[in-house]
Design a protein around this ligand. Structure first.
Ligand code: IMP
Ligand code: MG
Length: 177
């Protein structure tokens, strides 16, 4: 049986997302931004964050190969879907659910820099700092969290739990039995 333990409540998340929105609004005052969400985990964060940003903004989405149904990162990142619109000369904010080893965002940063944007910033709701293997950090980070596998608010385990309003630690049978 799966066991869920709340790590961050919907209220804590909403407060933090609003704060990030204020910072982004201030940092890009008078400019336009393109919010690029990493499918599918970042969709809920992007939807909430976008509504806290008072700027001229557009959305786009990018997709990479995922963990599959395992909790372990394979170490290999593959681009499954690039942006739909040109981002050349634009201010990109790459929106991701979680920074873990940093492999995914390091890869995506390089892909997007190849499109020659004006600027590129990273917004990550969660950051598992202790897991990092790549020299990368977020510009707008919501919460630093311990090395636990979390689900909810867009984050999944084998595609499940994305719709949980809170972010929860998932303990599966492998660990608890
Ligand atoms: P990284 O490439 O190791 O930084 O991993 C980033 C990706 O791994 C994220 O986009 C998530 O999809 C996934 N991931 C890492 N940690 C978790 C977690 O605790 N729960 C759910 N997905 C995770
Ligand atoms: Mg993801």
């Amino acid at each position: 049986m799966d066991r869920l333990k709340v790590l961050l409540t919907r209220q804590q998340i909403a407060k933090k997302v609003a704060e990030l929105g204020v910072r982004i609004t201030r940092d890009f005052e008078g400019e336009s931004v393109v919010l690029i969400g990493v499918l599918k985990g970042a969709t809920i964060f992007l939807a909430d964050l976008a509504r806290e940003i008072r700027l001229d903004a557009t959305f786009d989405f990018i997709a990479v190969s995922s963990y599959g149904n395992s909790k372990q990162q394979s170490g290999e990142v593959k681009l499954m879907k690039d942006v739909d619109q040109s981002v050349e000369g634009k201010n990109i904010i790459l929106v991701e659910d979680i920074l873990d080893t940093g492999l995914t965002l390091t890869y995506l940063r390089n892909v997007l820099l190849g499109h020659q944007p004006k600027s590129l910033k990273i917004a990550a709701l969660l950051d598992k700092v202790s897991r990092r293997t790549q020299p990368i950090q977020g510009d707008y980070v919501g919460f630093e969290i311990p090395d636990e596998f979390v689900v909810g608010y867009g984050l999944d385990f084998a595609e499940r739990f994305r719709n949980l309003p809170d972010i929860c630690i998932l303990e599966t049978d492998e660990e608890t039995s």
